[in-house]
Ligand binder design. Sequence first.
Ligand code: ADP
Length: 260
Amino acid sequence: ADRIVVKIGTSTLIRQNSKINLTVIKELAHVLSKLKQAGKDVVLVSSGAIGVGMGVLNIEKRPIKISKQQAVAAVGQAELMQIYNEAFHEYGMSVAQMLITRDIIDYPESHTNVMNSFQELLSMDNTIPIVNENDTVTVSELDHHTKFGDNDQLSAIVTNLVDADLLIMLSDIDGFYSANPLKVPDAHLVPQIGTISPNIIAAAGGHGTKYGTGGMTTKLKAAELILKHNQQMVLTNGKNPDIIFNILSGEPIGTLFSKA
Ligand code: ADP
């Protein structure tokens, strides 16, 4: 894969005690910097703004009110980018913040603008674009007209948009299981999925932690978009981002969503 998109979920970035997992961020910065320096095109889609914001503001529970969530996300996004910036600087890299909304699908002009920005950023030697949904502009979790809903689908849209070969989705679980492992202890990992069948959809349960958002349902929606464009997606555990090297060297890791 010469062009890859990596999505990291909140449950990987934020510890249960609201503290950000710096080890993961540092290792992620190391891996992505090495890939970029080896000539690959790399885009990072990062969740975690609300989780980081909760830590900064000392908030215990994820706010229910949308405007509160947006405010917390705005605080967290600045902190998160500062942390990424420092981590990537260690490897001589800078980061570019791309906050996007559904406009890029609905309006051709917005679509073109985002495409052009990606093209410029990807042509830069020492820069990694970091994408998140622009939470202060989008309206509500349920309003699909303005909001992607979660970064799972956003990362698939970005993968389509930049025509990447592969989307690597880093979560807190080793892959897609035959059932939610939290509820069904003997569920087994499914190594490859070629079509999102009703059986697969039925196997996706809700989210596992207080910070995670989409659970498996939104990851399957992302996978559907990826398969539709004949692209590939690997879903795996992000606790050691080094695993990205293993994936790219062709090792069977996590769940591969691929038609072939
Ligand atoms: P992220 O923050 O990485 O997006 P989420 O918490 O939203 O992660 O989703 C991952 C969680 O989805 C897992 O920890 C697991 O508890 C839950 N889950 C539900 N159904 C399944 C399944 N069939 N296979 C794997 N995980 C599942």
